[in-house]
Design a protein around this ligand. Structure first.
Ligand SMILES: C[S@@+](CC[C@H](N)C(=O)[O-])C[C@H]1O[C@@H](n2cnc3c(N)ncnc32)[C@H](O)[C@@H]1O
Length: 198
């Protein structure tokens, strides 16, 4: 199955451009080496904008200690190991910091979501990319961000309906039901939410 990275970036860049017209900070939960977030910063000429990009990651893969993880997302431990062994995930935070060194207004928050969410002090958020490859922290991040997301804010769910990620699909659909919103399923498998006004 084709991962279609170029289309995923295309969607992320488009959503970020729309969000750049709104007031508020940007957030990514699940940053890894920062492919998407640094592409966005490049595209928007981030240093010319007066807003912060919050980048949250364990930088040590999926947090397999999350209590409900095995129940909600069976197989996540194996997936984590596979991603590290294949070199997809990085644990080299210093290299990641170097990658972002050219950008001002970047906050790299190291640690496990949801525990680190309170470090986001932004009152208004215009863009969120949710890409942690497992459902429990992704839903927790959405619940935390939701009241802070401004009307029209763009939220990209990277693995929403991608094959192999059914727990995320089910959990995000539950989230959508709770908040009376609808998620646009994209051909890449990503989900797109536009934050409606209250
Ligand atoms: C697919 S990668 C993110 C890719 C990234 N968006 C990009 O543009 O390259 C998923 C990331 O989620 C992180 N992650 C998984 N569970 C996490 C958690 N509970 N808290 C913080 N980060 C987590 C992993 O460490 C990994 O770097």
């Amino acid at each position: 199955m084709e991962y279609n990275w170029h289309w995923r970036v295309h969607v992320g860049l488009w959503a970020a451009r729309v969000a750049a017209r709104l007031p508020g900070d940007f957030v990514e939960c699940g940053v890894n080496r920062g492919f998407l977030s640094s592409a966005i910063m490049e595209d928007l000429n981030w240093n010319s904008l007066d807003r912060t990009f919050w980048l949250l990651d364990t930088f040590s893969g999926i947090d397999t200690a999350i209590v409900s993880l095995e129940e909600i997302d069976p197989g996540s431990k194996e997936r984590n190991q596979k991603f590290f062994e294949s070199g997809l995930y990085t644990a080299d935070v210093d290299a990641v910091r170097k990658n972002f060194a050219e950008w001002s207004n970047v906050e790299i928050v190291v640690g496990s979501v949801p525990g680190t969410l309170e470090k986001i002090t932004a009152e208004r958020i215009a863009f969120a990319s949710i890409d942690m490859n497992t459902a429990p922290p992704e839903v927790a991040a959405m619940e935390f961000l939701w009241p802070r997301l401004v009307p029209g804010a763009m939220i990209v769910l990277d693995d929403y309906a991608y094959h192999g990620y059914l727990p995320q699909y089910l959990a995000m659909n539950e989230f959508a039901k709770r908040h009376n919103i609808s998620i646009l399923l994209l051909p890449t498998g990503q989900g797109l939410i536009v934050r409606p006004p209250e």
